[in-house]
Design a protein around this ligand. Structure first.
Ligand SMILES: O=C(O)CCC(=O)C(=O)O
Ligand SMILES: [Fe+2]
Length: 336
């Protein structure tokens, strides 16, 4: 296990990145244009009914929407992306000062990858940061290139998260605070700053292999200059658009389970390109590791049985990490 060196552009593709045949994307990484526009939700207008109905469509179909008027200044989002880019453009020696390796063993926090040497790895680098609980934050180890912007963004994005989750609970006719009340002082939020260097063979690697995020919801700030993010629907891959200054909001597995399948976790992937690097910043909002993931009891009765079994969050997340290396999804093992 090691932190990767990603400057391979003019080199032969290292074998660690080459996908086994059965996992390749058919040699055509280009996705299709969406058959209908991705829903754009004006967060400031929630819970107005017409805005909430756009949200419902998004959650039931794509598991994904674009959030505008989210209350976070665009200048802050730009500063975060600029700082992230600056970090990844540093020489390897500088980046390694923030490595996730401690005495050769990778931790869940820092710069590097999480898969072991014997697994194929995806064509991206990331810095993983614990945002919450606060006593796990370890600010001194965050790259200073984006530390202040990330901290400010983490604080402001919580308000947006709560607004969105209240509207989601209302759509399910649950108590407005049903989801928000699960964010205890031990709830887990991670951020990932992702970097995809240009790749010499985009048809033989994934930037990020197909997956759904494990926690409740993810906010993603995607590079406004370069695409590559795709979402799956009915077995087809569609290119995800961006709107400068907006956030992409993904339903994660935990929310799919808690909503008893009413909301669908978005299966997504990133494909690379040979010309330009790409940056994204993801914020994963989850519950405490000891919280049991299960469909909200108020959603169940004789005619609406539970469609997922129960599991503690920490075991669920561990399961995701194990299956990820085999290109499988943990949520499939939860379905009844
Ligand atoms: O880079 C992207 O657009 C997506 C990243 C992603 O899916 C993740 O960090 O979970
Ligand atoms: Fe993701």
């Amino acid at each position: 296990m090691a932190t990767r060196v990603v400057q391979h552009v003019s080199e032969e593709l290292p074998s660690r990145y080459v996908l086994p045949e059965q996992h390749r994307h058919g040699g055509i990484p280009a996705g299709e244009a969406m058959p209908e526009p991705l829903p754009v939700v004006d967060i400031g207008r929630l819970p107005a009914t017409d805005e909430a109905s756009k949200l419902r469509v998004a959650l039931e179909s794509w598991g994904l929407f674009l959030a505008t008027n989210h209350g976070i200044e665009v200048s802050l989002l730009d500063a975060l992306m600029d700082g992230a880019r600056e970090f990844f453009h540093q020489p390897l020696e500088t980046r390694h000062k923030f490595s996730n390796l401690v005495d050769g063993t990778p931790r869940h926090k820092g710069y590097g990858c999480l898969l072991s040497q014997d697994q194929t790895i995806d064509w991206f680098d990331r810095v993983h940061l614990a945002i919450h609980p606060e006593d796990e934050r370890d600010l001194s180890s965050w790259p200073h290139f984006f530390r202040d912007a990330m901290l400010e963004y983490a604080g402001k994005s919580k308000k947006t998260r709560d607004r969105v989750l209240r509207a989601m609970a209302t759509l399910l006719e649950l108590e407005e605070d049903h989801f928000v009340s699960k964010f205890t002082d031990r709830a887990i939020t991670f951020a990932a700053v992702n970097y995809y260097p240009p790749c010499p063979a985009p048809d033989r690697v994934f930037g990020f292999r197909p997956h759904s995020d494990g926690r409740l919801i993810t906010f993603l700030l995607a590079d406004k200059d370069i695409g590559g993010l795709q979402v799956r629907k009915d077995g087809r891959w569609f290119n995800v658009p961006t709107i400068p200054g907006s956030l992409l909001v993904f339903v994660g597995d935990s929310l799919e389970i808690m909503s008893n399948g009413a909301f669908k976790a978005a299966v997504h992937r990133v494909v690379t390109n040979p010309v330009k690097d790409r940056i994204s910043v993801a914020m994963f909002f989850g519950v405490d590791g000891d919280t049991v993931l299960e469909p909200a009891p108020a959603l169940l009765d004789e005619t609406r049985p539970a469609r997922y079994r129960k599991m503690r969050t920490k075991e669920y997340i561990q399961g995701i990490l194990e299956l990820y290396g085999r290109y499988e999804r943990m949520i499939e093992t939860m379905k009844i």
